[in-house]
Design a protein around this ligand. Structure first.
Ligand code: MN3
Length: 205
């Protein structure tokens, strides 16, 4: 049984960066539906007790094509949103901290340079998708983007996502309409770098 991440803040807690109606719809409709559909499909495939990361890394082992595609999309949606809602907070904003800050500075040169690169990946993703910062098995940081609910795990990279920006229109359209870049800019005001640093330290150890 896959359980949806429980929000530790209210739907309106991320205003004005992310409006309450977007949060409520995103969490209680989109994410809840991905989770419910994943559970139905996983039971059919007999993989309901598999870790989600292992499930997404081994999609090719699911024989039935319709179930495989369904788990790719809904399992991706489940995992991606658990991460997304975990790395944003009313206490977010500011700059990276700790070991992550040192690694980001060494990798990208500066926080501003990172923001420029991840924003280009987020705004350059044609149609629905995500932009990611991940940790490679060697402990390096890499940036990427993906379509739909794919992620670096289901893409078979072996990398562990620690930061993801949802650029599906459902993540921003009610407030920002077509202005995806404006949403990404405001998103940085709610990123919880404590949470991202904790994910980095767990992935890089
Ligand atoms: Mn979404």
């Amino acid at each position: 049984m896959f359980e949806q991440y429980k929000l530790p803040y209210a739907y309106d807690a991320l205003e004005p960066a992310i409006d309450a109606l977007t949060m409520e719809t995103h969490y209680s409709k989109h994410h809840a539906t991905y989770t419910a559909t994943l559970n139905t499909l996983a039971e059919k495939a007999g993989v309901q007790d598999t870790e989600i990361t292992s499930l997404l890394a081994n999609l090719s082992k699911i024989g039935d094509e319709a179930i495989r595609n369904g788990i790719r999309n809904n399992g991706g949606g489940y995992y991606n949103h658990n991460l997304y809602f975990k790395i944003i907070s009313p206490r977010g904003g500011g700059e990276p901290i700790g070991a992550l800050k040192a690694k980001m500075d060494a990798t990208f040169g500066s926080f501003d340079a990172f923001k420029e690169k991840i924003t280009a990946l987020a705004t350059g993703q044609f149609g629905s998708g995500w932009a990611w910062m991940s940790v490679t098995p060697a402990g390096e940081l890499v940036l990427s983007n993906s379509a739909n609910q794919d992620n670096p795990i289901s893409q078979g990279t072996g990398n562990t996502p620690i930061f993801g920006v949802d650029v599906w229109e459902h993540a921003y359209y009610l407030k920002y309409k077509n202005l995806r870049a404006a949403y990404v800019k405001e998103f940085f005001n709610v990123v919880d770098w404590n949470a991202v640093n904790a994910l980095y330290e767990a992935a890089a150890k």
